[in-house]
Unconditional design. Structure first.
Length: 293
């Protein structure tokens, strides 16, 4: 064997155990799920659907599934841009080398990420309850005349979910931007200052372009996470009122395990729809962010 062949063989030797594990634990279940998405019936008696793609055509005739898709994309369109913009701004503020107590401020912003998804959903459910803290404050400030049922109204319940998501995940994304900012040489900002660039121009002309790979990565991660949104829909609103806030993952769970239906074939078909949408949006983001000639 030549030296290049030996190096290639050694590389594959190191990669092979991990590749096998990923294939067994990830790709093989995905193949099984796709096969199951072409079947119908209960878990104990699965048969091939007639026609074979019946579960996929059924999705687009299911009004509740289409509502869950609309809700999920509403959260995505509103929450993700606000969250990422706040994360960048906070990272920029907390990257100032002259700022005192930076460690404390960074910890405070990141702290919500340390709270479990179920716990923080229950906390927000208590805060926005009819007799909760938010209603008490708003009534005492005479902003509201009487307690308002935030979680009992479709629009306000969706707004509560969006607020909760922003609070929970802004600090998480801020850490990525902070790491990216710390890799930018401070001399670049000093040169821009000497050239007469103000803070806003420096941010748009230097910080944002240099953070572009990190922005793309966090955008893809945020899209992926929001399209699989589950805990908030289940624990905060339980999909209500009248399924007005239900998400795709919540509806998939209801069809597979949540309501005792055990309709695994249909649930797998909806799961693959989410998988394809995530893949398409990630590909678009990568193409848009690719500046190579």
């Amino acid at each position: 064997m030549t030296l290049l062949q030996k190096q290639s063989a050694a590389g594959w030797g190191f990669l092979l155990p991990g590749t096998i594990l990923i294939a067994i634990t990830a790709f093989w279940p995905m193949i099984q799920a796709f096969i199951m998405s072409l079947q119908t019936g209960s878990s104990a008696n699965m048969t091939w659907a007639e026609p074979i793609f019946n579960n996929y055509t059924r999705m687009f005739q299911d009004k509740l599934f289409l509502r869950s898709v609309g809700n999920t994309f509403l959260y995505l369109i509103i929450q993700v841009p606000i969250m990422l913009i706040l994360a960048i701004l906070l990272a920029q503020l907390l990257n100032n080398k002259h700022l005192r107590f930076k460690g404390l401020f960074r910890t405070c912003v990141f702290l919500p990420c340390a709270i479990s998804l179920v716990s923080y959903s229950i906390i927000f459910k208590s805060l926005f309850a009819t007799e909760g803290l938010i209603n008490t404050i708003l009534v005492n400030l005479h902003i509201l005349q009487e307690n308002y049922n935030f979680l009992g109204n479709a629009a306000s319940a969706k707004a509560v979910i969006i607020i909760a998501l922003i609070w929970r995940w802004t600090g998480y994304n801020m850490v990525f931007y902070l790491a990216g900012l710390q890799n930018i040489e401070y001399s670049v900002y000093e040169a821009a200052k000497i050239d007469g660039a103000n803070g806003w121009k420096t941010f748009w002309k230097i910080t944002v372009p240099l953070l572009k790979p990190t922005i793309i990565m966090t955008f893809i991660m945020s899209i992926n996470g929001t399209l699989q949104l589950y805990d908030e829909s289940v624990n905060l609103t339980n999909g209500g009122p009248a399924n007005a806030t239900i998400t795709m993952s919540h509806y998939i769970y209801n069809n597979s395990l949540g309501q005792g239906v055990a309709n695994f074939g249909y649930a797998c078909a909806m799961s693959f729809f989410v998988f394809v949408v995530v893949g398409i949006l990630a590909l678009i983001n990568m193409k848009v962010g690719d500046t190579r000639d």
